[in-house]
Design a protein around this ligand. Structure first.
Ligand code: MLT
Length: 278
């Protein structure tokens, strides 16, 4: 029997995952995967609006938010496997999978390895390339800096890069929420995930194999996964829409939730056979 609620636990392979599951049972299922080093609460602006029309699932990637870390070495492969285990545990055959940044890396890995579980794919502020040598070095430097000096500088730099410039002044609640998500992430999860991100494989060469409809959303001012990266993915995917979100940076769902949610609803209405408006 389906359990509904906003902060629930489920045990999968002896590990507790935290998740939310809301909205009508017979509606299209959208499962949202958060970015790094955040957690499922980054999707509160989507849950509140989209659950009127869709079944919305959010969850904390292992080690993040309220999900346990387990004892396996973190990797994007492992995170993608967890996604499929969660779908199995919730008895969901196919879903629309939406991932932002690290969530997008996980979704892309999952669609390559488990294409039959996808009704459609939504890629937000993400990229298909592997880390460059420079990006890897930055991640390893971040680990040593945090070990030596603590989190404050890392947190401040992250906030500057995550939001659009205008949001830094106009969205204090969102900034506070993200600050809290980062400071609630344990150092061990930060380090293990930074290593997992640095060692992930590229997925660009597999984009031509994607057979389901894809929506790509990207903040116009995203400095981490910029519109140029979104265009490159768009050009390789057969059935793909691209939308650039104005007044938005890397966390385009928090910078401009109105446009972000509208785009998702329009896409789901168009591509999901069980959309409530069809
Ligand atoms: C994220 O938002 O998930 C991160 O920026 C991903 C990354 O560091 O590559």
């Amino acid at each position: 029997m389906r359990q509904t609620g906003s902060d629930m636990s489920i045990v999968i392979n002896n590990m507790t995952f935290s998740y939310s599951d809301e909205g009508p049972t017979d509606a299209p299922v959208i499962i949202f995967i958060h970015g790094f080093p955040l957690n499922k609460s980054m999707w509160s602006g989507q849950r509140e609006t989209l659950r009127n029309e869709c079944r919305i699932i959010t969850y904390d990637v292992r080690g993040h938010g309220n999900s346990e870390a387990g004892d396996k070495e973190f990797s994007i492969d492992l995170f993608a496997h967890d996604l499929i285990d969660l779908l199995n545990a919730l008895d969901i055959g196919k879903a629309v999978v939406a991932g932002l940044s690290m969530g997008g890396y996980i979704a892309l890995n999952a669609i390559i390895n488990y294409p039959g579980r996808f009704e459609a794919l939504i890629l937000c502020d993400t990229n298909c390339i592997a880390d460059t040598a420079e990006t890897k070095e930055k991640r390893f430097n971040a680990i040593s800096d945090i070990m030596e000096n603590g989190m404050e500088d890392y947190m401040n730099e992250s906030i500057r890069n995550l939001f659009a410039a205008e949001s830094l002044a106009s969205r204090p609640d969102e900034i506070m929420a993200v600050r809290q998500m980062i400071s609630n992430t344990s150092e061990i999860t930060l380090f293990d995930t930074l290593r997992a991100l640095a060692s992930r494989n590229e997925t660009c060469s597999r984009l031509t194999n994607i057979e389901v409809p894809v929506l790509i959303l990207v903040g116009e001012e995203d400095v981490i996964a910029p519109p140029s990266a979104a265009r490159q993915m768009h050009d390789k995917i057969r059935d793909c829409r691209l939308h650039i979100i104005k007044h938005a940076g890397h966390l385009s769902n928090m910078d401009n939730p109105y446009d972000f949610n509208d785009q998702i609803l329009n896409f789901v209405r168009a591509v999901c056979p069980n959309s409530l408006t069809q």
